[in-house]
Design a protein around this ligand. Sequence first.
Ligand SMILES: C[S@@+](CC[C@H](N)C(=O)[O-])C[C@H]1O[C@@H](n2cnc3c(N)ncnc32)[C@H](O)[C@@H]1O
Length: 271
Amino acid sequence: MPPPPRKVVRLAAGRARALGLPTRGTTNANRLRRMDNWIVARLGAVLRSAADPLVVDLGYGATPVTAIELTARLRRVRPDVRVLGLEIDAERVAAALPAAAPPALTFERGGFELAGHRPVLVRAANVLRQYDEPAALAAWDTMRAGLGPGGVLVEGTCDELGRRGCWVLLDAEGPVSLTFGCRVESIERPGDLAERLPKALIHHNVPGTPIHAFLTAFDASWAAAAAVSAFGARQRWIAACAGLTDRGWPVDTSRARHGELTVRWDAVAAG
Ligand SMILES: C[S@@+](CC[C@H](N)C(=O)[O-])C[C@H]1O[C@@H](n2cnc3c(N)ncnc32)[C@H](O)[C@@H]1O
């Protein structure tokens, strides 16, 4: 059960209100490595071509460890990247400040309005899980509206160790894709990842909906690939992903060997 919401934090008088509510600050070293590795692989070009390589890590949590890791990973793609950790909880901003390494990594108080910055990339991990669906959808819109030119938002959730996760890529127009990422040895079937679906889908995963049809097809493809598990769970995942292509689903299997699968958003979106 999520804790009761604490009071809304507002920025000092004269500055815009920080939009959102402080929530649990649970985080862990390396928790977001799958999401980050996907960002580097799929969005590296966005970062490389950005006139201003500003990235926001929204809601970094009780410690800034995943913001520090994001900075290190993105610097390999764009050495002059600037990561700005935004937290709505003022105490978490104060706790993170000793870890700041300007200009590469800085911290500020802020919410979905991105404290007025115009980043090329926003990573919001395990932030919207504790909001209800209408609030989460409104947060998507607010963050998208704050993106810089050609900017993108990656919003998702994962378990505490980062073994199972889902994330959505959004651009200024709206959601683009949904990615599943997992340590394949940790699942019994792909449908296990349903518990990590974004707020926009999690309550729609019932028979008759596109996301339910997709997960059912993924599980069927996984079952059909059972014989491949003799070569390891990863090979079975790769075969199951290929099976989805064969069944006509608009999936990107190029990172299947990493335990990931991306599906076009319009194929799974709630009506
Ligand atoms: C569960 S932690 C996630 C930490 C880290 N991103 C991770 O995935 O490990 C969620 C954090 O998001 C912060 N948060 C919630 N709503 C926010 C908002 N609107 N703007 C900024 N931070 C927010 C909370 O205060 C909390 O520290």
